[in-house]
Structures are given as C-alpha cells and as structure tokens.
Design a protein around this ligand. Sequence first.
Ligand SMILES: Cc1cc2nc3c(=O)[nH]c(=O)nc-3n(C[C@H](O)[C@H](O)[C@H](O)COP(=O)(O)OP(=O)(O)OC[C@H]3O[C@@H](n4cnc5c(N)ncnc54)[C@H](O)[C@@H]3O)c2cc1C
Length: 628
Amino acid sequence: MGFFAEYELVVVGAGHAGCEAAIAAANMGIKTLIVTMNLDGIAALSCNPNIGGTGKGHLVREIDALGGYMALNIDKVYLQSRILNISKGPAVHSLRVQADKVRYHEEMKKKLENTKNLTLRQMEVTDIIIADGEVKGIVVRDGRKIKADAVVIATGTYLGGKVFIGSIVYSSGPDGRFPSNILSENLKNHGITLRRLKTGTPARVHRDSLDLDKMEVQHGDEQITPFSFMNDEEDIKRKQLDCYLTHTNRRLHDFIRDNMEKSALYGGLIEGTGPRYCPSIEDKVKRFPDRDDHQVFIEPESESTKEMYVQGMSTSMPEYIQEQMYKMINGMENCKIMRPGYAIEYDAIFGTDLRSTLESKNIKNLFFAGQINGSSGYEEAACQGLIAGINAARNIKGEAPFTIKRDEGYIGVLIDDLVTKISYEPYRMMTARAEYRLSLRQDNADLRLTKKGYDIGLASEKRYERMKHREEIFKEATEELKKYVLTPKEETNEILQKFTAKIKTATSLHDILKRPEVSIFTLLEHFPIKTELSRELMLLVETEIKYEGYIKKTKERIEKHQKEEDRVLGDNFDYDSVKGLKKEALQKLKQIRPETLAQASRISGVSPSDINVLIIHMELEKRHKREQ
Ligand SMILES: Cc1cc2nc3c(=O)[nH]c(=O)nc-3n(C[C@H](O)[C@H](O)[C@H](O)COP(=O)(O)OP(=O)(O)OC[C@H]3O[C@@H](n4cnc5c(N)ncnc54)[C@H](O)[C@@H]3O)c2cc1C
C-alpha cells in the first residue's frame, strides 16, 4: 500500500476543532499534518463574529487553562469586549467578545504555519484507510495515500454540505466554499452512521447603508477582561468598536408569516434539524406569534470591511424577500445586502458512537471533533478539537486516556452529554447544562485545569507558574481577610456604616465580606490589606467567600457522585445477563455502551431502579469472582 507521505497524526479540517487538535498534538511532540480544502477558510467565523457568551465563554477559558490556543488568538484580534450577566450570580458571568473575523483567520493561519512539528496543506481528503479495525491513514482527491497512526476528522459544516436560499438549493460548504461529498460517501461505506443537521446565518449588510443613529449603541466594557490567563488587561487594551441594538416589529412578522412557505425551512426543502437555541427569524415568528418584536444586534465583522452582521435575523428566505425583510427594521430602511442569509445542511455522526476521549468506539485511533459530533458553535468545536488532539497524541505515545469530568469543567459536561445523550438537534453549550456551575466559573478555570494540562505536557511551564502564583495570592488574601479582625470601636463603625451595618463584636473582614451588600472593592478601599490583588483576583476572592457555603455543598455533591463516576462498565459489559433491567434501558445500554455507571445513569430511558439493578449485578459478579 504505497504512501506518498507519513505522519503520526493527520487532522482533517482547519476549522475551530481542527486547529486546536493539530496545535495541541504538535505541541505534545507529535509529527502532525493538518489539511483543509481551502487555506483561506482556516478558522473561519462563518456565522456570528464573536467568541464566548453564556456557557461558551467558560469553554474558551477552559481551553486556555489546559494550554489550548483559541483564547490567545481572540485576545489579539477582538473588536469589543463585554462580560454578560454581570448583574446575576458569578456562575453565569460570561465573557463575550466581538472578533475581527479577517484577522482571526490570519492570526490562526500564522500560528499553524509557525508551530513546530506541524505541517499545513490544502488538499481534499476523500477517504480514510482502515485495517483490522484500526485507522491507518487517509486518501486525498488525486488518489494518493498518507500514512498515519491516528486521524482526527473535524469537517464541520462541509460534509455533504447543501445550501438553501428560498427554493435555490446547491451543493456547497459555508461562505461559498465547496463541500466535502466524497468523504461523506466513504465514511458511510465504512459503516459510520451519518445524519443530517442544519444551521443558518443572517445576511451581511453595508455599514454606510444603515442609519445607526436610530439604534441603541452598545459600548464595550471599560475594563477589559482578557480571555487568556496569560494576558493582563494592559497587554490587550485597545480602542473598542461599537455594536448597535434595534428590533423587528409586527409589520415584519406579518410579512414573514405571509411568505413563510417561501422559506427553505418552512417550504419543506430542508430535512436536517437546526439548533433550538439559534433560531432563524422564521422560527421565532412561528414559535412566538404574540411577540411584538425581537432584538436585532448590528455587529462589525472586521475593521477591514464595511460588512455588518445582523444578529437575530438568520433566514433561508429567497433573496428578493430578504431585501424587503431587512428594510422593515428600524434604522435599516435603506440597507444594502452584501451577502444573503442562508441555511446549510450537513452530515454529522452520533456522539454516542464515541468515547469520552472522542475516539470512535468501533475504529481504533479514529477521532471526531467539532460540528461533525452534533454540536454547534466555534467554542464547542474548539474544546472538542483540543480533547481529540490530546488523546490522539496520548494514544500514539501509548499513554492513558485524558478526560475532563462533569465536575471538573464545562468541557466535561459537553463531551459527556454528546457521548451519552442521543440528541437530534445541534448541541449548544449553556450554563444551565452544568449541574456544578457554581464551582465551574470562568474566573477559576486555571485553578481547576492548568495542572492537568501541565501534567500531560501541553500547558507550558510559564502558564503553570502563572497559575500557581494566582493560586498563592488567592490563598494569601483569603487568609489575610480571615486574620484582619475589626473591633466594634466607634471610628470603625463610622466607616462601616458608610456601606453596611456596624459590628457589635470583633468581626473579620472575611465575615464582613460575606454580607451581600458589601463589595470587596469598597471594603479594601477602607481597610486595605498587604496582599496585592488584580481586579480579577479580587472578584475571585469575593466570590469564593460570598458563596463559600454553596461551593462547599457543591463539593459534597461531587464527592457523593464520585463513586459512581469511577465504577467502570466498559465496552464488553454483558447487559443481557443482568436480570431485571427494563427493556428500554437494556436496548439503550447495549446501543450506547456507557463507560461508567454514572454515564449509564445519565442516559435517557435508564432509570435509577435500572442503575440499582446494575449495581446489585456488579456486586454479585465481584463476590462470585472473589469466591472462585
Ligand atoms: C451558515 C452557518 C451558520 C452557523 N450558525 C451558527 C450559530 O448560529 N451558532 C453557532 O453556535 N454556530 C453556528 N455555526 C457554526 C459554527 O460555524 C461551527 O460550529 C464551527 O465553525 C464548527 O467548527 P468545526 O471546526 O467543527 O468546523 P468548521 O469550522 O466548519 O471547519 C471545517 C474544516 O474542515 C475542512 N474540511 C471539510 N471537509 C474536508 C475534507 N474532505 N478534506 C479536507 N478538509 C476538509 C474545511 O475546509 C474546514 O477547514 C454556523 C455555521 C455556518 C456555516
């Protein structure tokens, strides 16, 4: 079997998943090839020009904490930065930044070109080579073969890509790039089950054709929070661009209702299922008929273009209808469409065919990452790429699997949901999905994960030292606040009464800070401590002290579940020999083959009583083995 080249790892796709997979594996010393069908499409932000947001910002911070690259890339090219949900609890505080999508692509391409052990090529992969249940390499368009010990497939929305604009339907990837049809067919020929999913995007309009004065300006935050723990605010501070808020209206909703059948989605042309949490404007008009308006955000795409992204107006209506629709929005009466909105349908696998390492359960050393696994979003794709790249590298080195548990990170929640739950719509991360979210905040991602990234040789020494330093300062400050005790002297109470109630007995600053009305900034302004704290570390100390009780309870819950998380079931568990399992549970357990008892308990259709039956069976098996 002649190969014209040989690599340890081949990553198919240079989207958000592929880039993280390739950079991680190369940084772990693996000779890696990353291929894409178009070098100009590397890390393309095909939809919204922003990174982060609720739940997604947590993923980006965790990628960074482990030694991934997305956060460092976006800190270089952001246009506007905001912390969302700041008025709510710290568990849902989420960084969201507008990206210069042109520069995001350029910086990521530069990174791929300048990473040691990494080769970047433009070529189309048409098949994978499998022998004895193991991947052996890839085949490219001209039939040549490349040998590889492991392969990561991260083909995004290109696999079997089909674009819809009203009744216009054509085979294509996003942004007019060509689709990946041959690989799709060959994956099916290898017995890999594919299904159709769909997503959509709004039109891009010319900035000068908008009347922005009619809209509400959205400024960025004054104080910038970097996405990467390797950056301080002053490293990345810049003049920010504005976004603008306007709204749809009843007239537009009626117009859409009158033309609903012209939309590819409601005209019955699209078979794939779309993301519930990124609905098209047609979906919103249909689902919320009584709403008078929906928010529309106008966002800059890049400093080097006049194209503006119309967030909230994703559509698959015909272009001539889109022309009329957008002009009905306040401030867009004269808008000029530069690119039409469209829907795209593509092939994806079932995440339940994968392990928590994102390796296929059926083909050794074949990994899948990103949109192809049934997720939606740059951040969701990137974190999967990171985990797939790490595990491909560890498999090649003969090292143990690397996973993130649900109680360690949002990455763990996302992957566990993908590999245990059969979902028929693209999966978008949200804070509500993380049962331990109070402990999995974006501000402590490095304290939770950097040591794990460092121990596997991915997070750098510098990153590890920086985390240790933050950890020490955090502990020092917390200790100092405990030891700094105020006595109920008159002058002390005079100060306290400026922002809280006076004290009657000796009270530490730590306990005063527990009072909901007390902010650490005000407290330390009046009662400064020796430990020097950055603004972000101050917020971390405040959160850990104010939510100490809840965080403690969360830790107890985690410990309680740990036993089940560690009880391995494994590939060859004989569910047919377990007496008392309900029929549906038996069918689901045999189909999904969960790795642990805890995973089994999260499969829909497997009830707590089924889990008890399993535990009894496992105990009897253990006793039987002991007696033999
Ligand atoms: C129209 C549209 C609307 C979207 N809307 C949303 C949204 O509303 N919300 C949201 O969260 N996300 C949305 N997204 C999704 C977001 O863009 C993706 O989640 C993200 O890009 C997925 O990253 P990925 O790495 O999996 O794949 P992609 O970024 O799609 O990258 C795939 C890569 O694989 C390469 N490739 C594919 N096939 C081959 C092959 N055979 N050989 C070689 N290379 C190959 C491509 O060239 C590309 O480099 C949308 C995407 C599109 C296209």
